[in-house]
Design a protein around this ligand. Structure first.
Ligand code: NAD
Length: 476
């Protein structure tokens, strides 16, 4: 049985309760895990507060060295960790390997910032004084993570937090705690001190983290409704919040675009990780001159995204993680079809004995999806893409921005003036121009509108785990 990790110890839930983690491709039990609650969060927060006393006081170059060694050790275990992620989440081994690797790389990237961020020296009017602005870690931080990228999204929070000297209480999603535990174990084997990162498991631990008085910042990646609840609850304790929430990213393809490049990017953007990506191509607007040729290429690519058990190296797409999640995506597809949309590819469940016990769904492309259909107005968190023909960039930009979300966006065009207009006018935290939708460590990532606020990745994420303090030195 897997256990939580609190103050370096492998811990069962205070209540003694457990639940099963199941493989979404086969329905088989992968492991039994503790069902933690407020008492476990309290223990983890106390452990993190104790560890903060020493971790935050270490010289920054020592923190950098410790984190590099820990990340290096974790990266040597990628081949062990990847199948655990595939079994609990369903994604393909290739996707799991990439993700496990990104976890270690992210820890190493932020480790390098630990001793590179400076404060300021400020001249004051009274020449017998001078001012400083110093940066300090915040304290104990809560990290709440969803199931779609359990490792990457945990690292996005844990890495900048601990590099800056904070300690963490980390909560993976209930369905995907196992690979996260393996990553934190590996960091600890590699020298991360006990109590710096504590992992609690169980649905009820999320709210308990947000409410706990010792936890001073909450970083959540999750849906927009969860973000609202977390922000309201965090306001009671006046906690800092970073909210990475839902998205419905538009992609615009103009007549003059490199259609081969666009088709590849859209296919990866919509079907990678079974379409369960926050940043992903969720609405496609294609100028009429490019429409038929692009659709032909997209359909050909969808045909290659063969669903199956992620452990089978020849399959390109795993199942959705739960029955509820598949039902949600199917309902959104049905809504579009009921309103008159045409299925261009997929639209149902793959057939055959191997698919009967898992939550599989076909890669799906729909056209003529009417205005008001759920696929346009809601986030589609699965491998289904609505496509619309547009006459020009004006129409494309108007439709692209007609959404409550503002996470990512992209445009494919050879016209630099059109690209520049898109960069200026698309209401989103990220715009890719003629580039595949990949979030880079070096660039700050975060949404606008109902997709949340605060940044992960980049120096900005590191700064978000520090507080500025002004200091006046007198008598000098
Ligand atoms: P979710 O909101 O249901 O859950 C996310 C996490 O929050 C889970 O660990 C869950 O247990 C916890 N949680 C739920 N209610 C809570 C509460 N009241 N208080 C504290 N914690 C609570 O999301 P999900 O279904 O796991 O993930 C899918 C969603 O995440 C999608 O909307 C997707 O777009 C979004 N997402 C966003 C990003 C981003 O960076 N913007 C990245 C990945 C996923």
């Amino acid at each position: 049985m897997a256990t939580m990790i609190i103050e370096g110890e492998r811990t069962r839930a205070a209540s003694g309760k457990t639940y099963e983690v199941r493989n979404p491709a086969t329905g088989e039990v992968v492991d039994e895990v503790p069902q933690g609650g407020p008492a476990d969060v309290d223990k983890a927060a106390q452990a993190a507060a104790k560890a903060f006393g020493t971790w935050s006081k270490l010289p920054a170059n020592q923190r950098r060295e410790i984190l590099h060694k820990a990340a290096h050790h974790m990266l040597e275990k990628v081949e062990e960790i990847a199948p655990i992620l595939t079994k609990e989440q369903g994604k393909t081994l290739l996707e799991s390997r990439l993700e496990a690797k990104r976890f270690g790389e992210n820890i190493a990237w932020f480790a390098d910032l630990a001793d590179k961020i400076h404060g300021q020296h400020v001249k004051l009017p009274d020449l017998t004084t001078y001012g400083l602005v110093v940066r300090r870690p915040i304290g104990v931080c809560g990290a709440i993570v969803p199931w779609n990228f359990p490792l990457t999204l945990a690292a996005n929070k844990v890495a900048p937090a601990i590099a800056a000297g904070n300690t963490v209480v980390l909560k993976p999603a209930s369905t995907t705690p196992l690979a996260t535990l393996a990553c934190i174990e590996a960091l600890m084997e590699g020298g991360l001190p006990e109590g710096v990162v504590n992992v609690v498991i169980g649905q009820a631990t999320g709210e308990a983290i947000v409410e706990h008085p010792l936890i001073r910042k909450i970083a959540l990646t999750g849906s927009t409704p969860t973000g609202r609840k977390v922000m309201a609850k965090a306001a009671e304790g006046l906690k800092k919040v970073t909210l990475e929430l839902g998205g419905s990213d538009p992609c615009i393809v103009l007549d003059d675009a490199d259609l081969e490049g666009a088709a590849r990017a859209i296919s990866v953007g919509r079907f990678f990780n079974c379409g369960q990506q926050c940043l992903s191509t969720k609405r496609l607007y294609v100028q009429d001159g490019a429409y038929d040729a692009l659709m032909e290429k997209l359909v050909a690519r969808a045909g290659k995204v063969e669903p199956g058990n992620g452990l089978d190296k020849y399959r390109r797409k795993g199942p959705t993680p739960t029955e509820t999640q598949r039902a949600e995506v199917e309902a959104q597809i049905k809504d579009a079809i009921d309103r008159g949309a045409k299925v261009v590819y997929g639209g149902g469940r793959p057939k055959g004995a191997e698919y009967e016990k898992g939550w599989f769904i076909e890669p799906t492309i729909l056209e003529n999806v009417p205005d008001g259909a759920r696929m346009w107005t809601e986030e589609v968190f699965g491998p289904a893409l609505p496509v619309r023909k547009v006459k020009d960039l004006d129409e494309a930009l108007r439709l692209a921005n007609d959404t409550p979300f503002g996470l990512g966006s992209s445009i494919w065009t050879a016209n630099m003036a059109a690209a520049r207009r898109a960069v200026d006018e698309l209401e989103a935290g990220y715009t890719w121009v003629n580039a595949i939708v990949i979030a880079h460590d070096e660039l700050p990532f975060g949404g606008t509108k109902q997709s949340g606020f605060g940044k992960e990745h980049g120096v900005e994420a590191y700064l978000g785990y520090t507080e500025e303090k002004s200091v006046v030195y007198g008598g000098v």
